[in-house]
Design a binder for this molecule. Structure first.
Ligand code: PEP
Length: 249
């Protein structure tokens, strides 16, 4: 049995005070603390406040990005060393918004993945097709390419904490959700790529999350699909009530 992971991606929303208030309101609403791994991913400037607020609760805090170098002349960037020093345990890598608006490529995703694993962070690597690719029947090819390149040169031993999120780009922030069947078939492709890269035993344990308009009213059917090991949630994670309705699926 793979422990489910539910991650909130707060994108470029919330100030430190907003994060503190969110945690205060959200904690009493969790029905089964400890059942699943719950991760809050606020903007960098909110990490400290969020880490302080979740202390002792069992919640984890993740970043939304990192640079692949340990340090250097990279204005505006943040490294694994800085994240670990703060107490951050997870990091989202290669989100489609980073690929779309900030020119991230399969190669930078690979470098960031290596960097995160090097530091002992649990990376949540995002993969997924855009609508045109799905309509052209290219979904499996796109997932295979993204996974092969992301995993390139990384050993199973090093990849132990790896988590993958299948995020069809046409479902992110659009209110369109993949059916559990669509997600499951994509997850199987990703799992096959994990077998290729890391072996069957590793792939069997690998958690593959679904992301794309997960909401309180669709989370139950998604989480009931055995191939779906959790969710990466944007919009519906911003409010403590709707996020608690999701984690209490
Ligand atoms: C995301 O940001 O990863 C995401 C899935 O967003 P939303 O839940 O809003 O579609």
């Amino acid at each position: 049995m793979r422990k489910k992971l539910l991650a909130a991606n707060w994108k470029m929303y919330k100030t430190p005070d907003d994060c503190r208030a969110f945690v205060r309101d959200f904690l009493p609403l969790i029905a089964n603390p400890g059942r699943d791994e719950i991760v809050l991913c606020p903007p960098y400037v909110d990490l400290h406040a969020t880490l302080e607020a979740v202390k002792g609760s069992g919640l984890c805090v993740g970043a939304q990005n990192l640079h692949w170098e340990k340090e250097g002349a990279f204005t505006g960037e943040v490294s694994r060393v800085m994240l670990v020093a703060l107490g951050v345990t997870h990091v989202i890598i290669g989100h489609s918004e980073r690929r779309q608006y900030f020119a991230e490529t399969d190669d930078t995703v690979n470098r960031k993945l290596e960097s995160a694993l090097e530091a002992g962070l649990a990376p949540i690597v995002c993969v997924g097709e855009v609508l045109e690719e799905r309509e052209a029947g290219l979904t499996d090819d796109v997932l295979r390419r993204q996974c092969t390149r992301a995993f390139s040169g990384i050993s199973a031993k090093k990849a132990e904490k790896l988590v993958v999120a299948y995020e069809p780009v046409w479902a992110i922030g659009t209110g369109k959700t993949a059916t559990p069947q669509i997600a499951a078939s994509a997850h199987l492709v990703i799992r096959e790529e994990a077998v290729e890269a890391f072996g069957a035993e590793f792939a069997d344990k690998l958690r593959i999350l679904y992301g794309g308009s997960v909401k309180p009213d669709n989370v139950k059917s998604l989480m009931a699909e055995p191939e779906i090991d959790g969710g990466l949630v944007g919009g519906a994670s911003l409010d403590p009530k709707s996020w608690s309705a999701i984690v209490n699926y």
